[in-house]
Write a protein that binds this ligand. Structure first.
Ligand code: BGC
Length: 726
């Protein structure tokens, strides 16, 4: 392969080399007088309605820059999801360009292509690496049939701040969980051989620390101590790279003042030297040009030079490379070897995918047969069922089969809101709402909007014929995701008013919440007899929700993100560092005056229709590992699945340590009455941390191990361990 790359490089002109670095998207043309970005802004600030935007878009045409492609000035496309168009453009690349180098097609397949599964934050609550891998495999098969070679996923940005809209795109607040999630996704996307057409390159993003944007405001600065970066933010990216992810996307943000897009230390030292990454890197959208706005590059030419020198191989859509790289090399500012390295990294990926031999990995027939296959729907339903978290249940759930239901709130009926963020390919019609699922199952139900309930004269009368009211509340899909940070995490005023009235109806209320982030909803448990956290569950939303509400499925999901009382607490997370004044009854301790110190729902929390008890926590030391084991019993009368979590704490250390840190977990089936011993084999390496001199140490001394069904409710055991010498 390296020989082939070299011989191609020898034959390429500087223009052709620069062309390989260019990823572009189709431009939207015609139909309107302003450019596309302005049109999006007009829809955003209300100058045109959503319907008008859709109407204009449906009449628009796409310009694929074919003359540029023929001239060898494009190496990759982003955002095309149609096998016919993919093949047409690929044909031009291989037959009409001078060297016939195939194109690479990238797309944001974060949680399903057309068969959309729960948003990543939701799916992480399944704590199930096999499921995470299976859904990624399914996405790769479906997206592969649509012509996609690379997905801009997984996103493994640890996020501890619910204000940040993109918390929805990752696996929550814990580094270990994000690492497990990311590795499963990489395996699933990439399959066993990239030459197979049902695989895609995984592009791990956003490297690094994007989830730590100050005040949760998207695209904001990130300032982390080296220890915090290495212990709390880098591990998931590293795990994905070591698991073989073939692409990495630097983040929009700066790290301590240097934007990741031009950060030589991050992209050359950490990524390539320390982690031995030999895949390709691709900038985030327009990020190279944005280095000018950051004030770190004088102009786009300077930005191009800095990004390429830092090791960004491909330019996503900014055109900085295509306009300036040739001159930069000709003028001696950029060594040609640096350019060759970047081109080589991209050609290697194209070869690994087998695109030189088989540039056409799909066709329209295959695409049609693969999209939304019934077995994909079954997997999406299973994923949704496993992701949902039962937050409260006074005993009203599971519902009786023959009960009459009042569906209240518009989210019970809007199909298109079920898919969540980054579900570009999924149309609302693909999704099953709660109302759809009720209709299909011939359940007796009626729907009521928020306004109808708020305005009615008597809620007692309105709901007197019903056994239960299902209140669908939460966020619409555009309230989370990219560029969707919020300073208010409460329910919308209209939903609050509706819930207040429902609570006075005399009927039991079951709240189903749809959201892309933890919400501040401490009041809800006083208004509803049960609360089901459904996230944005994907195409099988309604079916999965009813399966849980009626008890066909016993809920087992557990939160991977802490639920605060109020937005003012954010960021709030379980693995916080110890202070000299831990929260307590005394005034002068670390807490707020106006909210309790314990979160509303802690990390790892979730109920089921049964209950589990924990006993006999035991620890045994081996030379290089520790065995932690515990007995877990299903003490209820239905079968269930328990997520058993193991945490640890280092009570005296060279740097202040977190109060608790997740170190392992097991998801295990337990039938009614069954008891089993769950065993964790923990390599001592996992107990280590970076000392004040940034040396990684695993010290001898006392350790605490905690095992339980959530981060606040655990059995604990102290033990002395021998350390590991480095
Ligand atoms: C996002 C990326 C995404 C890219 C391409 C950017 O705005 O930050 O996560 O992959 O767009 O769509």
């Amino acid at each position: 392969m390296e020989k082939k790359i070299k011989s191609l490089l020898d034959r390429m002109t500087l223009e052709e080399k620069a062309g390989q670095l260019q990823q572009c998207g189709p431009s939207i043309v015609g139909a309107f007088d302003v450019d596309f970005e302005e049109l999006v802004n007009m829809a955003y600030d209300g100058r045109i309605s959503g319907e008008e935007f859709q109407r204009l878009m449906s009449t628009a045409e796409q310009d694929y820059h074919e003359s540029e492609l023929r001239a060898g000035r494009i190496g990759s496309y982003n955002g095309i999801s149609d096998a016919k168009i993919v093949n047409r453009l690929q044909k031009i690349a291989v037959e009409e360009t001078r060297l016939g180098i195939p194109l690479l097609f990238g797309y944001d397949v974060l949680h399903g292509y057309r068969t959309v599964t729960p948003i990543p934050l939701g799916e992480s609550c399944a704590w199930d690496p096999d499921l995470w891998e299976r859904t990624a495999r399914m996405s790769a098969e479906e997206a592969g049939a649509g012509g996609i070679h690379m997905t801009f996923a997984p996103m493994v940005d640890v996020s501890k701040d619910a204000r940040w809209g993109r918390i929805s795109e990752g696996a929550g607040e814990d580094a270990y969980l994000n690492a497990k999630y990311g590795v499963a996704k990489v395996k699933g996307f990439q399959g066993s051989s990239l030459k197979e057409p049902d695989t895609m390159i995984a592009c791990v993003k956003h490297f690094a620390g994007y989830g730590a944007v100050e005040s949760g405001r998207d695209y904001n600065r990130v300032d982390l101590s080296p220890q915090k970066l290495y212990e709390e933010y880098l591990p998931p990216y590293e795990a994905c790279v070591r698991a073989g992810a073939r692409a990495v996307m630097p983040a929009f943000n700066d790290l301590d003042g240097v934007p990741c897009t031009i950060n030589q230390w991050l992209l050359r030292k950490v990524l390539r030297e320390d982690w031995q990454f030999d895949g390709m890197t691709i900038s985030d959208a327009n990020a190279i040009a944005e280095c000018v706005e950051h004030g770190i590059a004088a102009d786009r030419r300077d930005a191009a030079a800095k990004a390429l020198l830092a090791g960004v191989d491909m330019d996503m859509t900014s055109d900085c490379y295509s306009q300036h790289v040739v001159h930069l090399v000709e003028e001696g500012i950029l060594p040609e070897e640096v350019l060759d390295q970047a081109v080589g990294n991209i050609l290697r990926i194209k070869m690994e995918l087998g695109l030189f031999e088989h540039p056409f990995r799909t066709d329209e027939e295959k695409e049609k047969k693969t999209i939304l296959k019934p077995e994909f729907r079954a997997t999406a339903r299973k994923a949704a069922e496993e992701s949902m978290v039962l937050l409260e249940n006074s005993g009203i759930l599971p519902l009786r089969t023959e009960c009459r239901i009042a569906l209240s709130g518009e989210l019970a009926g809007i199909r298109s809101e079920m898919s969540g963020t980054w579900a570009i390919k999924c149309s609302g019609e693909d999704c099953v709402s709660i109302a759809d699922a009720c209709a299909q199952r011939r359940i007796e139900y009626e729907t009521y909007t928020e306004e109808e309930i708020i305005r009615c004269d008597s809620v007692e009368e309105l709901f007197q014929g019903y056994d239960v009211i299902l209140a669908a509340v939460g966020e619409k899909k555009n309230q989370s995701g990219e560029a969707a940070s919020r300073t208010d995490l409460a329910l919308a005023p209209i939903q609050k008013k509706m819930l207040e009235r429902l609570a006075k109806s005399g009927r039991p209320v079951v709240a189903v919440i749809f959201n892309g982030r933890p919400l501040a909803i401490p009041e809800l448990k006083g208004q509803a007899q049960a609360i089901l956290e459904a996230w944005h569950p994907g195409v099988e939303a309604g079916n999965a929700i009813l399966n849980i509400l009626f008890g066909t499925v016993n809920p087992s999901g557990k939160l991977t993100t802490t639920f605060p009382h109020a937005v003012g607490e954010c960021p709030v997370y379980y693995d916080h560092i110890r202070t000299g004044r831990p929260a307590g009854r005394s005034k002068f301790t670390s807490k707020y005056l106006d909210v309790p110190s314990e979160p509303v729902y802690p990390f790892g929390y979730g109920l089921s229709y049964t209950a589990y008890t924990y006993s006999d926590l035991e620890i045994a030391e081996r030379k290089e590992s520790v065995t932690v084991s515990v007995k877990v019993k299903n003490v209820g009368d239905v079968d269930g699945m328990e997520i058993v979590q193991c945490y640890f704490h280092d009570p005296v250390a060279l740097r202040v340590r977190p109060v608790k840190k997740l170190i392992d977990f097991v998801k295990t089936p337990l039938s009614a009455g069954e008891e089993k011993r769950v065993v964790f084999e923990i390599p001592k390496e996992k107990l280590g941390y970076y000392d004040p001199q940034m040396r990684f140490v695993v010290e001898a001394g006392e350790y605490e191990f905690f095992v339980g069904g959530n981060s606040s409710d655990c059995l604990v055991c102290r033990t002395n361990l021998c350390g590991l010498s480095n």
